[in-house]
Design a protein around this ligand. Structure first.
Ligand SMILES: [Zn+2]
Length: 274
C-alpha cells in the first residue's frame, strides 16, 4: 500500500492541476527517503522548476519538470497531496516534502512512517531504472500470451510471481489476493503449472479489479487518502482480502488465511481455488 490504483488516483488528480505550475520554493523534513540525490541538490533543482506532466509508472508517481523527473514511490503511509490553503501544524508534521507553487498551492509528499522513496532523475537515469520494471497490467499492448509467458517462466507460487515487479508491475498484496480468487487459482500453485487459458483469465481479473479500484479512488485500509485527502472506496468491494472466516462470496465456505506463501497475508477459498 499504496498500490497501483492508489498511485493512479493521486496522479490523476495532480495531472489536472500541476502542469504549467512553477515551484517557487521547496522544503524537506527528512532526507532518509532520498535515493541517489542529496537534499540540497533536490531542493535546489526543484526551486524554480516548471512542472510539465504528472504520470504513473508501476507504483511511482512521476512529476516531470523542465529540469529532471521527480519520481516518488509512496511507502505504506505515503500520499501526494495538493493543498490550496496553508497546512495545519499536524499536516506539516508528516509532510516530508513541501513544494510551494506559483499559484499559492502546496504540493506535499506526506509519509507518516517515512518509508517511501524520492528520486530526482535525468532522462537517462530514469530509463535505466524503468528498464527493470515489468509491463503495466492495464496497458492494452500487454497480450494474454505475453502475460502467460512471463508468469510461466517461474516455478514459484503464482501469488509471488504475480507480485514480482519484474514480471508485471503494480499488483500488490490486496489485488493479488482478489484476482487469484476471482480467477479460481490457488495462490501457492507453481506459476509454471498454471494453464495459459487460466492465466488469460487471471489477466482479465487483474484488469477488472484494478480498474474497479481506480474507479473507487483506491483502497483505504490504513493511512491512504487521495490527493484531495479523501479515503478510497474499494475496501467496500473486496471479496476475500481481510475476510478470513467469512463465507466465500461464491461458494459460502470459509475464507482461509495464511502467511506461509510469501510472509504476506494470503486469503483464499480452499474449495474454489484448488
Ligand atoms: Zn469459494
Amino acid at each position: 500500500m499504496p498500490e497501483l490504483p492508489e498511485v493512479e488516483t493521486m496522479v490523476r488528480t495532480l495531472a489536472g492541476a500541476l502542469p504549467g505550475r512553477r515551484i517557487v520554493r521547496a522544503a524537506l523534513s527528512h532526507d532518509n527517503l532520498l535515493d541517489g540525490v542529496s537534499a540540497s541538490a533536490l531542493l535546489g533543482g526543484l526551486r524554480g522548476a516548471t512542472i510539465r506532466a504528472v504520470q504513473r509508472r508501476a507504483k511511482h508517481a512521476l512529476i516531470a519538470t523542465d529540469r529532471r523527473l521527480l519520481a516518488i514511490q509512496p511507502g505504506m503511509s505515503g500520499a501526494l497531496l495538493l493543498y490550496r490553503r496553508p497546512l495545519s501544524a499536524a499536516e506539516r508534521r508528516y509532510a516530508v516534502l513541501r513544494c510551494r507553487l506559483d499559484d499559492g498551492a502546496w504540493l506535499v509528499y506526506r509519509d507518516v512512517r517515512r518509508i517511501g522513496t524520492i528520486r530526482w532523475l535525468d532522462a537517462a537515469a530514469w530509463q535505466r531504472y524503468a528498464a527493470r520494471l515489468g509491463p503495466e497490467p492495464l496497458d492494452p499492448a500487454l497480450s494474454a500470451g505475453d502475460f502467460a509467458d512471463r508468469l510461466r517462466r517461474s516455478r514459484s507460487a503464482i501469488k509471488k510471481v504475480l507480485m514480482d515487479q519484474r514480471v508485471v508491475v503494480g499488483v500488490g498484496n490486496i489485488y493479488a489476493n482478489e484476482a487469484l480468487w476471482a480467477a479460481k487459482i490457488h495462490p501457492a500453485r507453481p506459476a509454471s503449472t498454471v494453464s495459459r487459458e487460466r492465466l488469460g483469465r487471471l489477466l482479465d481479473q487483474v484488469r477488472t479489479i484494478l480498474a474497479a479500484a481506480i474507479a473507487s479512488d483506491g483502497t483505504s485500509f490504513r493511512d491512504y487518502v487521495t490527493a484531495t485527502g479523501e479515503p478510497g472506496g474499494f475496501q467496500e468491494l473486496v471479496q476475500v482480502y481481510g475476510r478470513a472466516g467469512d463465507p466465500c462470496p461464491r461458494c459460502g465456505r470459509k475464507i482461509r488465511m495464511t502467511h506461509d506463501i510469501d510472509q504476506r497475508s494470503t486469503f483464499w477459498c480452499a474449495f474454489c481455488q484448488r
